[in-house]
Ligand binder design. Sequence first.
Ligand code: 0RA
Length: 641
Amino acid sequence: MAKSRGGEDYTSRQIQVLKGLEAVRKRPGMYIGSTSARGLHHLVYEVVDNSIDEAMAGHCELVTVVLHPGDVVSVVDDGRGIPVDVHPTENVPGVEVAMTTLHAGGKFDKSSYKVSGGLHGVGVSVVNALSEWLEVEVLRDGRRYNQRYERGVKTKELEDVGPARGTGTQVVFRADPEVFTELAYDAAILAARLRELAFLNKGLEILLRDERTDEETEEKFRYDGGLSEFVSYLRGSRQPIHEEVISFEASKPEAEIELAMQYDEGFSENTHTFVNNISTHEGGTHLTGLKAALTRTVNDYARKNNIFKKDESLSGDDVREGLTCVLSVKVMEPQFEGQTKTKLGNSEVRGAVEASVNEHLAAFLEENPRAAKAVIEKSLQAARAREAARKARDLARTKSGLEGGVLPGKLADCSIADPALSEIYLVEGDSAGGSAKQGRDRSFQAILPLKGKILNVEKARIDKILSNDEIRAMVTAIGAGIRDDFDIERARYHKIIIMTDADVDGAHIRTLLLTFFFRQMRALIDGGYVYIAQPPLYRVRKGKTERYAYSDAERDREIAKLSNGKAPKGISIQRYKGLGEMNPEQLWKTTMDPDARTILRVTVESASAANDIFSRLMGDEVAPRRAFIEKNARYVRNLDV
Ligand code: 0RA
């Protein structure tokens, strides 16, 4: 029996490998978060991350992701190739160690600065375990090698298949239909993450090719400007107030730090932070350091240059209004905390970020007095608007406004008091609102009809937002405050369900509502409280049998079923253009009954995707918004907020 240097014999290692990968197959959710579409896409990220590591080490320039027919994906890079020589302690080729050992990453390259990692950072062996089959090919030392696995079990030894030029690694796999509920990749979701990775790793080229249809498409992501280009992209069509993007890179013992930022005429703050290429939605020490430095540096500059009137100063919110900012740090041993493990905990990073932002931002302001003046003017305006809003809010409170238990007149509340069991439908239009009120189960379902288009909060300051009737009705009904005052613990419902018509106007209203929640009650989205109702598109009827269809394909299937192979005769099809065309009973049966309905939970999948949608759609350019809404009028899932 072959003894390895580590003292383990070959058989016991095989048993260990099987046990490890078996654990992954038993509880896939523990390793990749879910076995739905989200987990499926994580498989690709996991493989790509290995190539990104190779790029960060300076050995890889191109990563190509291809979606093949039959739910097969391949990821190819031009890195050094995974080592193929026999591993000193594991006694099998290095590539086999990578494919079969959980967290193999550090096992054979301790010295390298390995910092990337998928959301879960679990390594390619997890992908191997969860794939119906996986083939890996390595180009190295002038040879081509390959190996195959099925459900994590090796079915072919590593083989030298002949001479080859260049170096690199290719991983091809098909996710296991026994594990995943969904096998179809959404190119738009992959593109959003690959674009983000390309911004975060300047100069790296990432290609996404979709070969699943005759119309083959390829997207290329490569940004030599890195984070500065990321900021321009995120800013979209909003008008900048100073010409150049402010940016710097700093290397500290605690972290590698990269920052880019620019102010524009908008009113929202768009800060995105990343740790080792992972989006830190929940912030953490790096963000705290950045915020502290921004507030301090801008105030110091204004004071030193006598720009403030007596007593004036700027709050953190003031200096971040209209700011688009990306902070990316690389940390050796990141500690991720928080509900979704997207909050950086390493305390030493705070000071490192704070000091370097102080230094570089102060230098920028000194060297660019015109830009400095524009930034401080803008922040002072924000401060004044905030003061006006505070007064308006105080007034509103005392006048039975946002707080104090007086619910809006048009709210039909539910009778139970437990928020965890209560839901509120935000319904487009008074007539659909009326049907919903009659059709609902009043014990746990509340209805709030909304009139027409709601205010576009992306284009309005807080004082104007708070004076809008529809918004005030939502804020009081939900009962948890707004913005800085928002406290999810006080929410009166744990399901907030947006119910709009299945047409372009309905999609627009839905987007406006989502923008509102995203900007003003973000915790509702993060907490998974916001949903989108799915009313049917068609009613298909033959005699006494009636069926509801939620897509064209479903309609065709229902017609086929009712006609049973014969030509469709005596079948009537009604297309619902609006909720108002359904009577209360139909609305209940198709859209509101928890036992029969489908509702989509709104999640923030990717910070830049969310921002892309909200800022681009809600900003000034009408054309991209129109195109987007039409394309996605029905498929809200693609909104992916
Ligand atoms: C360990 C060591 C070396 C390269 C890699 C891993 C590597 C892994 C992956 C996974 C996907 N693509 C990859 N490319 C490289 C370096 C070995 C050497 O020193 O040549």
